[in-house]
Design a protein around this ligand. Structure first.
Ligand code: HSE
Length: 309
């Protein structure tokens, strides 16, 4: 095999109460990446489609490129590589765009070279992509994009990743308003210290959300989707945040919060019809103040990246 085309899914990180430790993958959107062997040494980006020319074309400054480079270095391969990246989701959206590209990169190169590493062992290379994109190697987008499903990062050092079963009828709605928030900025505004009171509340919700997913208990999932630490600070970056959240809850969502570092907002629902209705209501709340948006409805993607061709 000399060439491969793969897809890697978008993700919702944090999932309300689990800052940097929870994330899940969705069926769409996601990025597509073609990776080819080349007789010239090094990793080269031949083209990037769908980014309006905004992403760096040098491999060492691109999340997919750096992920492939660090993988090749790790396995001691001098294989030359060319890649074509199709961005199929908005940049700076809170959908894990940089993570999807990085995951597509490591997954593609591992498949192309006959799977020298297990899937879970690809994670540190994808995290290098995140470090490049936003200055922090958080794993709550790359881990679910790579492993599929709902993922807990129990520990970063050493890395300990746990996949949690989710109910079949759990559907996510993601609404992306037509504004941009840079993850680096959205991390910069956070406080370094958290009160004991908020820590206790947040720990209760973290435990409750996991229990709710595993039982499964939809009401418990909803009651636990409360973030008293990060959301109150980041909500100011999203116009009409409270109105959009209320619109989701009024339309029957179990809970609603910021997707990753925003500006996208996500909601979880107990069936696909509710999830679609929730999306329409959230979009209506944005459009009431003249903000255009895009809505995605999806089950929880259990597969992670896949080979397309
Ligand atoms: N956990 C990260 C953050 C996700 O909220 O900053 C960024 O997509």
């Amino acid at each position: 095999m000399d060439s491969i085309k793969v897809f890697a899914p978008a993700t919702v990180a944090n999932v309300a109460c689990g800052f940097d430790i929870f994330g899940f993958a969705v069926d769409s959107p996601g990025d597509e990446l073609i990776v080819r062997k080349s007789s010239q040494p090094g990793v080269r980006i031949k083209a990037i489609v769908g980014d309006e020319g905004r992403l760096p074309r040098q491999a060492e400054r691109n999340t997919a490129g750096i992920a492939i480079q660090s993988f090749l270095q790790h396995i001691g391969s001098e294989q030359g590589i060319e890649m074509i990246l199709h961005k199929k989701m908005p940049l700076g959206s809170g959908l894990g765009s940089s993570a999807a590209s990085a995951v597509a990169g490591v997954f593609a190169i591992n498949e192309l070279l006959g799977r020298p590493l297990k899937k879970i062992d690809l994670l540190p290379f994808a995290m290098e992509g995140e470090r490049l994109a936003c200055g922090s190697a958080h794993a709550d987008n790359v881990a679910p994009s790579l492993m599929g499903g709902f993922v807990v990062i129990r520990s970063y050092n050493p890395l300990d990743i746990i996949t949690i079963d989710t109910p079949n009828q759990l559907y996510a709605t993601i609404v992306h308003p037509d504004i941009e928030v840079n993850t680096k900025d959205a991390r910069f505004i956070l406080k370094n210290e958290v009160s004991m009171k908020n820590t206790i509340t947040q720990m209760g919700n973290v435990a409750g959300l996991i229990a709710g997913l595993m039982k499964p208990d939809y009401d418990l999932i909803g009651r636990s989707m409360v973030d008293v630490i990060i959301e109150p600070i980041r909500a100011i970056l999203i116009p009409e945040f409270n109105q959009v959240k209320q619109a989701a809850l009024d339309a029957g969502a179990l809970g609603c919060s910021i997707s990753g570092s925003g500006p996208s907002m996500f909601a979880l629902s107990g069936d696909p019809d509710t999830a679609r209705r929730v999306g329409k209501s959230m979009q209506a709340a944005f459009s009431a103040v003249g903000i255009a948006s895009e809505a995605y409805v999806s089950g929880i993607n259990q597969e992670g990246p896949r080979v397309i061709e």
